[in-house]
Write a protein that binds this ligand. Structure first.
Ligand code: 8YV
Length: 321
């Protein structure tokens, strides 16, 4: 008998085809976020769950999961939506999908950085609304990233991949991380380690956030820390919206203390702080970091690899609980 797998979201065709071949799979047809009650109801009669970052596995939800559920595989690298301690307490295995989305997310960090520094939103608007009356030497002047200092807050896989790309743009790489990275990679990137976030902020012409969500990073970029950034700095966020104090960022963008921001993630998304919508010096995307077909296929396959291993009686590669 094939294991019974609940897949909470519609996934790319190739991933669903493999799941249908190897599992007694239940596919979600829901496009909208699934509520906890609906998810718990749907989980009944399943041995495993393939969820996404939008499905909140809080302690209260994990505690109410049917006893048949032995594994939760999330289609994401971030796993702050899963209460790992609650999973462990119930003996439920949990896995994530690291590595496979590193390049796609680093690409989006660069897109945001360039979109923000070159005023892409305002340019797009000018073209689309026919406000563009012709080329002018002083129209929509942005900031050139070449020669500027990129500060990476968090230097894991995605931070390093972003640094590699930024180096090719002629940027100087600075980073803060719990500990310095492999000296060989540091040398390759010509990267400078900062033992404190404050020291990093002071040199970051462009600040890019790459730390996970959690109590340690909640509200990290607040008014006090924004003040440490060089004048007219740019803020890029592909990590999690909770790292930013929205009040502080919005007022620094409006006052011109910051030149611009490029944001792919938001606190409370998709219900973002509505004030962002009218901030013209921001370049905003709807959480597209890993949104390429190649990457979403790879994430799905990686989640299925973890499930396969578990149901075949061996250790899944990407265990988080
Ligand atoms: C996902 C992400 O698209 O992997 C992550 O942590 O933020 C994104 O790549 C999202 O979490 C949906 O699962």
């Amino acid at each position: 008998m094939k294991p019974r797998l609940l897949i909470t979201r519609h996934l790319p065709d190739a991933v669903e085809a493999r799941a249908a071949r190897d599992y007694d799979a239940t596919f979600s047809t829901d496009a909208a976020p699934v509520t906890a009650d609906k998810l718990l109801e749907a989980a009944s009669g399943h041995d495993g769950l393939l969820i996404t970052g939008s499905d909140k596995m809080t302690a209260a939800v994990v505690e109410r999961l049917p006893a048949s559920v032995k594994i939760i595989a999330t289609f994401s690298v971030g796993y702050e939506h899963i209460d790992v301690a609650a999973c462990k307490a119930r003996g439920i295995i949990a896995t994530n999908t690291p590595d496979v989305l590193t390049d796609a997310t680093a690409d989006i960090a660069l897109l945001l950085m360039l979109g923000a520094s070159r005023r892409a939103y305002e340019g797009e608007q000018a073209v689309r609304t026919a406000a563009w009356k012709g080329w002018m030497p002083t129209q929509l002047l942005g900031i050139q990233v070449t020669g500027k200092r990129l500060g990476l807050y968090g230097m894991g896989r995605i931070g390093q991949a972003t640094a590699r790309r930024a180096k090719a743009f002629g940027m100087e790489i600075h980073y803060h991380n719990r500990r310095p990275i492999d000296p060989a990679i540091e040398k390759e990137l010509g990267a400078t380690y900062h033992a404190t976030a404050e020291s990093l902020l002071k040199v970051s012409d462009v600040l890019s956030l790459h730390a996970p969500a959690g109590p340690e990073t909640n509200g990290f970029l607040n008014a006090e820390r924004i003040e440490l950034l060089p004048p007219k700095a740019i803020v890029v966020n592909t990590a999690r919206g909770t790292l930013i104090d929205d009040d502080a960022l919005i007022s620094a963008l409006k006052s011109g203390r910051l030149m611009a921001a490029g944001l792919d993630v938001f606190a409370g998304e998709p219900n973002i702080d509505p004030r962002y919508r009218s901030v013209t010096n921001s370049f905003l995307l709807p959480h597209l970091g890993s949104a390429t077909l190649e990457t979403r296929n790879a994430m799905g396959f990686r989640a299925l690899d973890n499930l396969d291993r578990f149901f075949q009686g061996s250790e899944p590669g990407d265990r988080i609980a």
